[in-house]
Design a protein around this ligand. Sequence first.
Ligand SMILES: Nc1ncnc2c1ncn2[C@@H]1O[C@H](COP(=O)(O)OP(=O)(O)OP(=O)(O)O)[C@@H](O)[C@H]1O
Length: 249
Amino acid sequence: MTSILSTKNLNLSYGSKQTLYDIDFSFEEKSVTALIGPSGCGKSTLLRCMNRMNDLIPDCKITGDISYRGENIMTSDPVLLRRKIGMVFQRPNPFPKSIYDNIAYGPRAHGEKDKKTLDAVVEKSLKGAVLWDEVKDRLHESALGLSGGQQQRLCIARTLAVNPDVILMDEPCSALDPIATAKIENLIMDLKKDYTVIIVTHNMQQAARVSDITGFMYLGKMIEADKTTTIFSNPHEELTERYITGRFG
Ligand SMILES: Nc1ncnc2c1ncn2[C@@H]1O[C@H](COP(=O)(O)OP(=O)(O)OP(=O)(O)O)[C@@H](O)[C@H]1O
């Protein structure tokens, strides 16, 4: 396995409140990594560091290194970085536009004007997010008319449309019912053939089902990270065991 993103001595504070402590972590290419841990332990904060979403938060101070394919992300262009490291949020957030225009938005913003090319990107991205068959006959209808689960797959398709390398997912199923959740989970397992996926989840069964590697965080520290099967069957740290057996959190 090859490391695609890594952190070294990563510390982060919001104002005077330190939230991440000395995180040393490597994310492996074309695999699914789940970040788990009790509420407030810093999972989303760590995820947001990976495409510099925390830059948008005033008073957020980061020290240490984060590298993406060997390059320091703190000195790279954040717009290009976010194209390569896309993000899917907790609540589906389609634009109030047609299904087609949601997907074409990113490529157009990057200068693509050719209709045939855009048509092909829209089809490929929707197929990649396993949504094409459900929407191919209504591409020019509003995305807001889709169900919650369809909207979340649309948001994943919108991320795929700009040809990312890594997809960050922050609790992507927390607003969805079990059937829609199962579809997204299957999609995540499919996506790792072509992409690196990092997912924050509160749902330990979900982490166990979809991820190859799991990192357990507690109070801003990465307590333990290992193969998901090891974390859930034979964790090294007692704290991890207590968390995964439901004794706290
Ligand atoms: N924009 C912000 N400004 C100030 N503090 C923040 C901000 N975002 C998060 N925090 C604080 O940082 C800590 C970690 O939050 P974070 O959202 O990363 O945790 P989490 O593990 O993802 O939690 P949850 O599982 O509840 O989403 C919390 O104490 C939170 O209140």
